[in-house]
Design a protein around this ligand. Structure first.
Ligand code: SF4
Ligand code: SF4
Length: 216
């Protein structure tokens, strides 16, 4: 799995400030999450889900999404993995109490209404989240904006002093920033392999009851 990340909106200063004050426990919680699940036995490995994912997330990148107009590497947020004769799409499970968020040293990962999001602008590309994710759902790859590679200020190739690309983590965001909110991969799959599993919140815990013991 390799390639580019996608655009995430820069948080407002207020949100950034509050995020920096929160620890990992504050950024994730036991909120019931929704996530895309796959029936691996039915996947034919056509990668329609990968292409649909890339097209949706490339709109903010200012590039065309039709054949012949794409000027950046095609990197989706869902990855079709082959094992023998079996294919399975792999993507983020939007874990409750997400390990990737706990591993991030700069609080670039947060949970919003059960969706685990990565703030690309805040990410330093250290890959700690990649190591922490038990599903292999995160990719750290070069960042493109408006179809152009973003370079990392102050980071140059040792031999020729050419600026090196900026890298950032990227993963499924459940198409949170699209208009209808339905993951594009689910709609695109010709074999109906993918579906959105919706999390159901537990009912709130009963209030604690005080118990008094009589003095003997
Ligand atoms: S990236 Fe991995 S660890 Fe993080 S929420 Fe998704 S599945 Fe969980
Ligand atoms: S790669 Fe980015 S998101 Fe992942 S742990 Fe490092 S800084 Fe955080």
């Amino acid at each position: 799995m390799s390639g580019t990340g996608n655009m995430m909106h820069r948080p407002t200063d207020t949100r950034s400030a509050s995020m920096s004050r929160m620890g990992a426990a504050g950024r994730t919680s036991a909120v019931a999450s929704s996530f895309v699940v796959a029936d691996a036995g039915q996947c034919i490995g056509c990668k329609a889900c990968e292409l649909a994912c890339f097209a949706v997330h490339s709109q903010a990148n200012g590039i065309g999404a039709s054949v012949g107009t794409v000027s950046v590497p095609v990197v989706p947020k869902v990855y079709v993995v082959r094992t023998g004769d079996t294919y399975v799409p792999v993507q983020c499970r939007h874990c409750e109490n997400a390990p990737c968020a706990h591993a991030c040293p700069v609080q670039a990962i947060r949970q919003e209404d059960g969706v685990v999001m990565i703030d690309e602008d805040r990410c330093i590309g250290c890959t700690s989240c990649v190591l922490a994710c038990p599903f292999g759902a995160i990719e750290v790859s070069p960042v493109y904006r408006a179809g152009h590679l973003v370079t990392q200020s102050g980071l140059t190739h040792r031999a020729n002093r050419v600026a090196l690309p900026r890298t950032a983590a990227s993963k499924c965001d459940l198409c949170a920033e699209t208009e209808n909110g339905q993951p594009a991969c689910v709609d695109a799959c010709p074999n109906h392999v993918l579906r959105l599993a919706k999390g159901i919140s537990d009912s709130p815990p009963e209030p604690r009851r005080e118990v008094f013991f009589p003095r003997l």
